[in-house]
Design a protein around this ligand. Sequence first.
Ligand SMILES: [Zn+2]
Length: 121
Amino acid sequence: MIFKNAKINAFRTWGLLLTMLGMGLMVLGTAGIVFFGQAGKIFAGIGLVFGLIMMMGSLGIYFWAGMLSTSAVQIQCPECSKLTKMLGKTDRCMFCHTILTLDPSQANITAEELEAQQTKA
Ligand SMILES: [Zn+2]
């Protein structure tokens, strides 16, 4: 599902995934102290450090996604007519996952053709 998504949504998904993983590791690390006592402290330390790194990573991804979305082009999706944001020349609609492109040579249908199709149907 991740790969069939709009790029900004994909970034958010990965950011969320990393946050969950990081939090999970921190919780596991802390649980290590409870279950293994003294020996679990090393395990806890490793878990906490890796958890923290993953949280930082996810923060970076969120930040990056935020930066990218400011430079994204806002367009109205021709398929579902909702406002969506595009990254690069080709991206998917955030709502209906239709592939959209700004490059005329990659498009197999133009906006005018689609409009004609929709008014016919
Ligand atoms: Zn759409």
